[in-house]
Design a protein around this ligand. Sequence first.
Ligand SMILES: Cc1cc2nc3c(=O)[nH]c(=O)nc-3n(C[C@H](O)[C@H](O)[C@H](O)COP(=O)(O)OP(=O)(O)OC[C@H]3O[C@@H](n4cnc5c(N)ncnc54)[C@H](O)[C@@H]3O)c2cc1C
Ligand SMILES: NC(=O)c1ccc[n+]([C@@H]2O[C@H](COP(=O)([O-])OP(=O)(O)OC[C@H]3O[C@@H](n4cnc5c(N)ncnc54)[C@H](O)[C@@H]3O)[C@@H](O)[C@H]2O)c1
Length: 487
Amino acid sequence: MTEIEYDVVVIGAGAIGENVADRAVQGGMRTVIIESELVGGECSYWACMPSKALLRSAALVRTARDVDGAKQAVTGDLDVAAVLRRRDKVTRHWKDDGQVEWLNGANIDLVRGHARLAGPKRVEVTAPDGSVTTITAAHAVAVCTGSAALLPDIPGLAEADPWTSRDATSVQEVPSSLAIIGGGVVAVEMATAYAGFGVEVTVIARSGLLTKNEPFAGELVQQSLEDLGASVTIGASPTRVRRDEGTGQVTIELDDGTSVTADEVLVATGRVPVTIDLGLETIGLTPGDWLPTDDSLRVLGADGGVFDGAGEDAWLYAAGDVTHRALLTHQGKYDARIAGDAIAARANGRTLSLTPWSTHAATADHAAVPQVTFTDPEVASVGLSAAEAERAGIRTRVVDYDISWVAGATIASDKYVGRARMVVDEDRRVLVGATFVGLDVGELLHSATIAVVGEVTIDRLWHAVPSYPTLSEVWLRLLEAYGRPTE
Ligand SMILES: Cc1cc2nc3c(=O)[nH]c(=O)nc-3n(C[C@H](O)[C@H](O)[C@H](O)COP(=O)(O)OP(=O)(O)OC[C@H]3O[C@@H](n4cnc5c(N)ncnc54)[C@H](O)[C@@H]3O)c2cc1C
Ligand SMILES: NC(=O)c1ccc[n+]([C@@H]2O[C@H](COP(=O)([O-])OP(=O)(O)OC[C@H]3O[C@@H](n4cnc5c(N)ncnc54)[C@H](O)[C@@H]3O)[C@@H](O)[C@H]2O)c1
């Protein structure tokens, strides 16, 4: 057994682990990162990047078909094989050489293998050849092991060999029909992608589509999925699943007495933390649990306090999906930068302020998480929905606007469908949430994120003039609908 020591040990080289390690190195820490699969993690190979590559080509064709003059140029069908080849390129054919090169350039050492905690500040790594290396962390261990697809306990489901998001994003042969269990982000994005390929798609969503968003988001996405030829079943739950040995097809029985049969079934019902085989029991934590953290990303113990003591001595950090703060790459990377900086600062003896919006406090996780769902229309949101703001006890005013009435929308498409909502905290006269649904609204979102994070007052927003004729003019329309100040 080999024994080595570093200042910081990062477990998991997904986008989030990479960023923790990078900031720790920049803070002067000798840092090692441990990875059991591919450097780059889920986002690069089985999540964000391949899913968006699968969506992009058909979305472009649809956009062109909705613009006279361009539509005449679209004379053929989508080339699905070419879409898959482009996706293969985007995922670098599931090889991580490029990301390993980046680690080298960033002075982050890489150890390949499966890491398990073996007591405080000790990590044992089992390499693919079975050899074991023990790594001691002088200052901190950061757990960035991500999440995996949750398989609900539906009788017959596991035996029916269902697809998870990994299968849907790495598909090499597109099935003729696909049933999707779930109505969240993975479900609607994959439904849009596969419907775009001409696959017969059925979405089984027990409580509606995109229910964490404003209600109009799910409604507009459902309409568009149906326009693409998909079926959407709302309100029914699967009770049993079986794969027919003869036809190879899967049948999903629902609690309303109906059933859905398809070549494959994709389970898109949420995520579980990757903490089962991580040695958490060796330090008194529970395998299989999420790892909640404070705002500087120190893991919390069962009592809700910082695990193993607050301040400089705390040595266990976590970032990314495994914390359950916000299961998004960009938000995890934001947390990762804070974690890496906080580790280095505390190792250098600094006491950190965790007041909201300070350098080492991940305040945006509570107030301003942006997310774009790449359906057709896109759904882009930040901060609180109207319902969430109300539940939080904020005195709100909600303003809606039909984006198709904006001049920029007239130019963008002959068939623009979209809607915008801003949620205003009436006491502070600032925006606490915004949602845009429509073509290309993803690129509009950052303006709202800046307004929410910056706590820009409604009165000041009148001085942020959107260019004509862009979609951003929806801001002006929302302000007009809210009412112009007269003082
Ligand atoms: C289909 C899909 C599409 C998505 N699209 C988007 C999107 O468009 N935008 C967005 O922001 N988010 C998206 N997400 C969410 C995003 O993928 C995750 O938030 C992100 O990948 C989390 O990164 P992470 O580094 O925390 O975890 P991961 O990327 O899962 O990385 C964890 C790494 O740790 C390694 N590991 C785990 N355990 C060990 C161990 N014991 N020893 C060594 N290594 C270990 C794993 O092999 C893995 O490489 C999507 C998710 C899915 C499922
Ligand atoms: N574009 C993006 O930003 C993007 C894209 C994909 C995924 N993601 C991230 O990945 C995470 C996982 O996405 P997801 O879609 O798997 O989860 P989700 O939490 O968004 O949706 C889960 C869905 O499954 C349903 N469900 C749960 N248990 C069920 C059961 N037993 N039977 C039937 N339905 C059930 C829920 O009602 C919900 O509709 C999300 O939190 C999201 O942040 C982000």
